[in-house]
Design a protein around this ligand. Structure first.
Ligand code: NDP
Ligand code: GDP
Length: 333
């Protein structure tokens, strides 16, 4: 009999890649669909899996909808990817971020505990929890120091995952994932903002790219690689926490340089800085050590940053040629 997985955040970048991966493994995939005024399934359509998933309406802030979803589907694994996931927005909407990104995880853990404590649970934790880094290279033992309401909310959800594992014996694992990107990344994040702009500038539809802090350094990997680590965690006999990262850090400026060079342009000719895009508190540098994931899960990042950037720029050039308005939402940062 095929295994059943329930995914919150199914319409997000990781939800789409994880769904495709699990469907490929023969899983039945169920997704929580939050009520929105417009269609949010464009990523699932791009991967041509929209019709292979069964959806249930609900919201991470509505515990009853989560219990209903779990009892309706009778699933084996739950992946909690749903979140208000954009750091800059978390200063504008700290309470919503706390409700969805923090308490939402507990709503789901409670639903599992009450409905079927044998369900295996994955929590999408984040390298943003390291924030003002306490060690040059961050691993599972590095102390946390979040720098945004998003990071604080993720830390709460992370510790609640650990707590439910220790208190109730749930098979609850937490992946501390460093930034991961793809052609399906939301356009508010810096990588996709850059690759979209590179494509538009190349196609002479835009003149400049406005950015905030271009000195920030991130450990960027490919989302398609990272969702495999999520699944691997839930196949272990024992639940645990794992850092998932590439072990290479690159500045926003260097990301731009590589992206513009991919289409034969010099980034310095097009980038302008806008102080409004600076954040109230910055995470200056992130660099992960995924040795534990490699040793215990057999996982390691496969795609290089250069290939990732090339794929993202090429996908944006194709999209802009077709001009799909549903992919573009207001860019505030
Ligand atoms: P996205 O922003 O692309 O997706 C977020 C998802 O959460 C969307 O499906 C969104 O639905 C859903 N969502 C938002 N609010 C609610 C709500 N109230 N109830 C239910 N669902 C909701 O994120 P990613 O796919 O990039 O990331 C997946 C998870 O991993 C997130 O939790 C993120 O914080 C975390 N993470 C991501 C990293 C990265 O680099 N990508 C790094 C570390 C952690 P809708 O489409 O309807 O808005
Ligand atoms: P984050 O690491 O989850 O915050 O991912 P982002 O892609 O949103 O931001 C990565 C880094 O890029 C942060 O240090 C931002 O301050 C920096 N950055 C610089 N300019 C911009 C911009 O215009 N938009 C975004 N989103 N980030 C920017």
């Amino acid at each position: 009999m095929s295994k059943k997985a329930f995914i919150t955040g199914i319409t997000g970048q990781d939800g789409a890649y994880l769904s495709r991966f699990l469907l490929g493994k023969g899983y039945e995939v169920f997704g929580l669909l939050a009520r929105r005024s417009s269609d949010t399934k464009w990523r699932l359509r791009e991967l041509q899996i929209e019709d292979d998933i069964q959806y249930v309406e609900g919201d991470l802030t509505d515990p009853a909808s989560l219990v209903r979803a779990l009892s309706h589907f009778g699933v084996d694994e739950v992946y909690n990817l749903g979140a208000q996931s954009f750091v800059a927005t978390s200063w504008m909407q700290p309470i919503l971020t706390g409700s969805v990104t923090g308490l939402g995880a507990v709503n789901l853990l409670e639903a599992i505990r009450l409905h079927d404590p044998n369900i295996r649970f994955y929590q999408a934790s984040s390298s943003e929890m390291f924030g003002k880094i306490q060690e040059r290279v961050q691993s599972e033992t590095t102390p946390f120091y979040p720098r945004s309401p998003y990071g604080v909310a993720k830390l709460y959800a992370h510790w609640m995952t650990v707590n439910y594992r220790e208190s109730f014996g749930l098979h609850a694992s937490s992946g501390i994932l460093f930034n991961h990107e793809s052609p399906l990344r939301g356009i508010e994040f810096v990588t996709r903002k850059i690759t979209d702009a590179v494509a538009r500038i190349k196609l002479q539809k835009q003149d400049h790219l406005y950015l905030g802090n271009t000195e920030a350094l991130r450990d960027w990997g490919f989302a398609g690689d990272y969702v495999e680590a999520m699944w691997m965690m839930l196949q272990q006999d024992t639940p645990d926490d794992y850092v998932v990262a590439t072990g290479r850090t690159t500045s926003v400026a260097d990301f731009c340089r590589i992206a513009f060079a991919h289409v034969g342009l010099n980034h310095a000719d097009y980038i302008k800085t806008d102080p409004k895009l600076q954040r109230p508190a910055e995470v200056d540098v992130l660099l992960g050590n995924a040795a534990k994931a490699k040793k215990k899960l057999g996982w390691q990042a496969k795609m290089t940053l250069e290939d990732l950037i090339a794929n993202m720029v090429d996908a944006d050039i194709k999209r802009i040629d077709r001009e799909q308005p549903s992919n573009r939402i207001a860019v505030t940062a």
